[in-house]
Design a protein around this ligand. Structure first.
Ligand code: GAR
Length: 222
């Protein structure tokens, strides 16, 4: 690993497949994952971190009386590792304004929908129930508004008549594993910035819904 790798902290609540993708590509992305933090001790993402010799920390939200106190401790926990970037990879918590403002411009999230559509939970089910012809995933900067920060990259997935929530989730996840590393590499290379609540790549504003990532038919298979 190069010594000028960007220090990042990754936050997870569940399986951590996006974390795994980033872990596997640390060298080529120019990052060093300094710690993985979870609000759930049973998150498999913590096991993935331990297997990769990355410090794995649980900060259980159930030990706190409110979001403000949890997020205050979360900031302290993250900052012990002095990250230049904080990556939310399936971290299923609503964040306080104090936390989002503190990491303004240096916190990314991945959300399984074509934002601004389907903020919140059960995005695959909602896309299917709405009869949409396409679904997808967005990487965006984190701001105060839930799933509302400036989009960086989107990947689109065609919805098939035979799709179930699970088959659609899998195809979207395949694209997640392509676009998150791309966005993280851009940030590590100093090419990606948040300015006046818009995402800029190489000094040029990205489209309002983010860079439209080309999805090859071959990578759309479950
Ligand atoms: C991913 O699908 C990610 O987009 C989603 O959680 C999953 C985590 O999977 N995030 C959200 O819904 C955030 N609102 P993973 O643990 O296997 O990376």
């Amino acid at each position: 690993m190069t010594s000028n790798a960007l220090s990042v902290v990754v936050l997870v609540s569940g399986s951590g497949s996006n974390l795994q993708t980033l872990t596997d590509q640390q060298n080529s992305l120019g990052i060093r994952i300094s710690a993985v933090v979870s609000n759930r001790s049973d998150a498999y993402g913590l096991t993935r971190a331990r297997l990769a010799n990355i410090p794995a920390i649980t900060l259980n939200h159930k030990d706190y009386p409110n979001r403000e106190q949890y997020d205050a401790d979360l900031i302290q926990c993250i900052d012990q590792h002095s990250p230049a970037l904080v990556i939310l990879a399936g971290f299923m918590r609503i964040l306080t304004p104090a936390l989002t403002q503190y990491y303004h411009g240096r916190m990314l999230n991945i959300h399984p929908s074509l934002l601004p559509k389907y903020k919140g939970l059960h995005t695959h089910r909602r896309a299917l129930e709405a009869g949409d012809s396409e679904h997808g995933v967005t990487v965006h900067f984190v701001t105060e508004e839930l799933d509302g920060g400036a989009p960086i990259i989107q990947a689109r997935v065609k919805i098939k008549a035979s799709d179930t929530e699970e088959t659609l989730r899998q195809r979207v996840l395949t694209q997640e594993h392509r676009i998150y590393p791309t966005a993280v590499a851009w940030f590590a290379q100093g090419r990606l910035k948040l300015l006046n609540n818009s995402a800029y790549l190489d000094g040029v504003p990205l489209p309002e819904s983010g860079y439209d990532y080309p999805v090859e038919a071959s990578t759309e298979q479950p």
